[in-house]
Design a binder for this molecule. Structure first.
Ligand code: THU
Length: 133
C-alpha cells in the first residue's frame, strides 16, 4: 500500500496494542487505540476517552491526531485502529473528516486483538469527499 512497508504498518498495530489497556471505556466497554505514523517518522498514540455525558466521548483516532498536532507534526501517513471487538473497526465519520484534514491519502490498518483479523485500506476508499474550505 503506497510506499509504506508491511513492517511499518505492523509496528503501528503493535504500538497501539501496547496502550489499548489505557482506553477509558466504562460505558461501551469497547476499547480502541490508535497509532499514527507521521511524515517525520514519529509515532503518536491515542485511546478512546468516554464520559458520563456520552456525547463528550473522544475517539482513539482523534486523540492520536491531537497528540500529533500538539507535538508539531501535521501529516499522518498511516493510522492503525486497534479494537478488542471481534472484527476490526473503521474510523467513525467524525474521525474520517479529522484525518482527511491532515492527509486524505493516509493509509489505514484496522486490527482486532480478539480475532487477529486485519484489513488495510486508504482513507480515500472510505471517505472520498471530505468537506474542505
Ligand atoms: N470509537 C473510537 O474510539 N473510534 C472510532 O472510530 C469509533 C468509535 C470509540 C468511541 C466509544 O468510546 C466506543 O468506541 C464506542 O462507540
Amino acid at each position: 500500500m503506497s510506499n509504506l512497508t508491511k513492517d511499518q504498518l505492523w509496528r503501528l498495530v503493535q504500538e497501539a496494542e501496547k496502550i489499548i489497556q489505557n482506553s477509558y471505556a466504562p460505558y461501551s466497554n469497547i476499547h480502541v487505540a490508535s497509532a499514527i505514523l507521521s511524515e517525520s517518522g514519529r509515532v503518536y498514540l491515542g485511546v478512546n476517552v468516554e464520559n458520563s455525558s456520552y456525547g463528550l466521548t473522544i475517539c482513539a483516532e482523534r486523540s492520536a491526531v491531537s497528540a500529533m498536532v500538539t507535538h508539531g507534526d501535521r501529516k499522518p501517513l498511516a493510522v492503525a485502529v486497534v479494537t478488542d471487538l471481534a472484527d476490526p473497526i473503521p474510523p467513525c465519520g467524525a474521525c474520517r473528516q479529522v484525518l482527511a484534514e491532515f492527509n486524505p491519502d493516509a493509509v489505514l490498518i484496522l486490527y482486532s486483538t480478539k480475532s487477529r483479523k486485519y484489513t488495510i485500506m486508504k482513507l480515500t476508499d472510505i471517505f472520498p469527499q471530505p468537506f474542505k474550505l
